[in-house]
Design a protein around this ligand. Structure first.
Ligand code: ADP
Ligand code: ADP
Length: 229
């Protein structure tokens, strides 16, 4: 089974079809980039994938199981789907280490000792181990976003969804976040990325979906979609 199978997804807001009949599959190891003009439905599509938005009609299957149904185990599903937001969404009153370990510990996915060991290893990997005991406001935007990515990784997710992860960053911080994302893609992490970084998409995407007015109007390799529009 693919990680996600999306059939005829529609999501309306007050009669406006923000997502209008989108069907696609996301396979393990793919880095799928969702491009398109502002307001074309990219973020709504992404948020439907982890049920941050409730789909209006259509089906979303995660590893073969239908997730948009009344009795689906949404908590268990969400533990397997990482999400990285434009505005980081770190807890300001928790240290960096606590931000990273709270989900695996609270959900019972790891013991506190295991979660801490894993967090420390990830912090060393991204060169921010010295920040483990400070609070988010003491970090730069680029550092905060790399911590948000580590917070997703510590759950060993099947897929990570990125919603404009560099749009809120000062230009000099963008590169360090994209470098980490590129490493993850090269390691085979399955990811779905909404971004305006076209050059990055061209370099890293295994597949590009181009949206306009709620529909996928082109889908293919970066060469097909970006270079021969
Ligand atoms: P994109 O991510 O491509 O910029 P969005 O998915 O954010 O597009 O938005 C698609 C359309 O849906 C836009 O017209 C936007 O105004 C509308 N929209 C998104 N979220 C909401 C909401 N919560 N309520 C009403 N309209 C929304
Ligand atoms: P972002 O670029 O981070 O998606 P937006 O301003 O597009 O920021 O959206 C921020 C929030 O507002 C989202 O939860 C989105 O669903 C909601 N939203 C977007 N457009 C509308 C709209 N036209 N009416 C109501 N809510 C909206």
């Amino acid at each position: 089974d693919p990680v996600f199978r999306v059939n005829h997804l529609v999501k309306q807001f007050n009669g406006l079809r923000a997502v209008n009949d989108v069907s696609t599959e996301i396979h393990q190891g793919e880095a799928v980039f969702v491009l398109g003009p502002s307001g074309s439905g990219k973020s709504t599509f992404l948020r439907c994938l982890n049920l941050l938005e409730e789909p209006g009609s259509g089906e979303i299957y995660f590893k073969g199981g239908l997730i948009n149904r009344p009795k689906a185990d949404i908590n268990k599903f969400r533990q397997q789907v990482g999400m990285v937001f434009q505005h980081f969404n770190l807890f300001p009153h928790l240290t960096i280490l606590e931000n990273i370990t709270i989900a695996p510990v609270k959900t019972g996915r790891s013991s506190r000792a295991e979660a801490t060991a894993k967090a420390d290893a990830l912090l060393k990997r991204i060169g921010l181990y010295d920040k483990r005991d400070v609070y988010p406001q003491q970090l730069s935007g680029g550092q905060k976003q790399r911590i948000a990515i580590v917070r997703a990784l510590v759950m060993n997710p099947d897929v990570i969804l990125f919603d404009e992860p560099t749009s809120a960053l000062d230009p000099e911080m963008v590169g360090e976040v994209l470098a980490l994302m590129k490493d993850l893609a090269q390691e085979g992490m399955t990811m779905v990325v909404v971004t305006h970084e076209i050059g990055f998409a061209r370099e890293v995407a295994s597949r590009v979906m181009f949206m306009d007015a709620g529909r996928v109007v082109e889908e293919g390799t970066p060469a097909d979609v970006i270079d021969n529009p």
